[in-house]
Design a protein around this ligand. Structure first.
Ligand code: SF4
Length: 355
């Protein structure tokens, strides 16, 4: 079997940062309880691993004893949640991804100008709940074109759309086109809200999937960007399965399958991808071909509140940077496991219509 390994895949800069925040706190707080509001990132394994180390995940600030430490997840929270945390005298460490914060800032800016905001995204998703909470009277969520009829618009000339960061470009464009048709003067966000990591992983899947008989996406069912990767492949005609880890692989999927594209969502740890490779190679034999579509070098610094805590303990936050070098790590692991492998650079022509 040939395994095509998509690059980029897996952890994005926002997820690295959010996980790093909880990691650093576990060391800093030495046994003091740490509470995380909502799953730190949408991955079952990441959450369980932190639970095993004593971290408590809560869905309400009420569940946290006064004076404790709370981490806000990568998806962001509304100002109401921040205020609740302040009222309980919690030490809040904000692990919201800076790219989510950018959407919050846009919402606040346009709401202050008296504009109405149409937020394209999934109503129940934590990120959308947080963004809407920044200006609840000015923001209406649009999930699908049929929602447009129910919108209440005061001035169609003072109307802008923003989007959730992890949507599929295809799905978003369907809704945005319908919105533009209904409101021809609808303004666009200053820059795309769908983040670089979502876009890059989607382009990689769309580029490589036509060569594969099956696509495996490692990620949890509540991970928006992982689900979108699966849908993109399926919509383009290559069957795809979303799995949390190798234990969910069903041998029945592989009848007649010679080439598998393996990728992972932005919140899925790389060791789970390695587990899938090992399972496939053990069962079917074969080789791995790493397909480099984009070279991602984005990194986000730790939140200021955490840096302050670190300095108070005599730790220089800049000396504790996470290392991102996925290709080198993957090659080293493949070599160590004696799995035949090579790396192929994929060039995307600017004219390719991949989105
Ligand atoms: S998927 Fe994008 S917006 Fe979400 S945490 Fe990662 S970089 Fe940030």
């Amino acid at each position: 079997m040939k395994i095509l390994l998509a690059n980029p895949r897996g952890f994005c800069a926002g997820v690295y940062m959010a996980i790093d925040v909880v990691d650093q706190l576990l060391e800093l707080c030495e046994g003091k309880p740490i509470f995380v509001y909502h799953e730190i990132v949408h991955n079952r394994h990441v959450v369980q691993r932190f639970r095993n180390r004593g971290v408590a995940f809560v869905e309400s600030i009420d569940e946290i004893p006064a004076g404790s430490i709370v981490v806000f997840s990568a998806h962001g929270v509304s100002p109401a949640v921040r205020a609740e945390a302040r009222a309980k005298n919690l030490t809040s460490i904000d692990a919201t991804c800076p790219l989510v914060m950018k959407v919050h800032a846009e919402a606040i800016r346009f709401a202050k100008r008296g504009w109405q905001i149409l937020l394209v995204g999934h109503r129940e998703h934590q990120e959308v709940v947080g963004t809407q909470g920044e200006a609840p009277d000015s923001i209406q969520v649009v999930e699908k074109p049929s929602d447009i009829a129910r919108l209440s618009i005061i001035d169609p000339d003072k109307l802008i759309y923003l989007t959730q960061t992890t949507l599929s470009m295809d799905d978003a464009n369907v809704v945005i086109s319908a919105l533009k048709k209904a409101f021809p003067n609808l303004h666009e966000p200053p820059s795309s809200d769908i983040c670089y990591a979502t876009t890059n992983r989607q382009i990689a899947v769309r580029t490589i999937a036509p060569e594969a008989d099956l696509v495996l996406v490692v990620g949890s069912k509540n991970s928006s960007n992982s689900v979108r990767l699966t849908e993109i492949s399926q919509n383009d005609g290559t069957p795809a399965r979303l799995i949390d880890d190798a234990s969910e692989i069903d041998p029945a999927w592989f009848e007649g399958v010679k080439t598998v594209l393996l990728t992972s969502g932005a919140s899925a740890p790389e060791d789970l991808v390695f587990g899938v490779i090992e399972t496939l190679i053990t069962r079917f034999g074969g080789e791995v071909e790493q397909r480099d579509v984009f070279d991602e070098r984005v990194e986000f610094g730790l939140p200021g509140t955490l840096k302050e805590l670190m300095r108070a303990k005599g730790i220089d936050p800049d000396s504790r940077r996470i290392r991102i070098d996925r290709e080198a790590d993957t090659t080293e692991w493949l070599e160590r496991k004696h799995i035949p492998n090579r790396t192929v650079q994929v060039s995307i022509r600017e004219t390719d219509n991949l989105l």
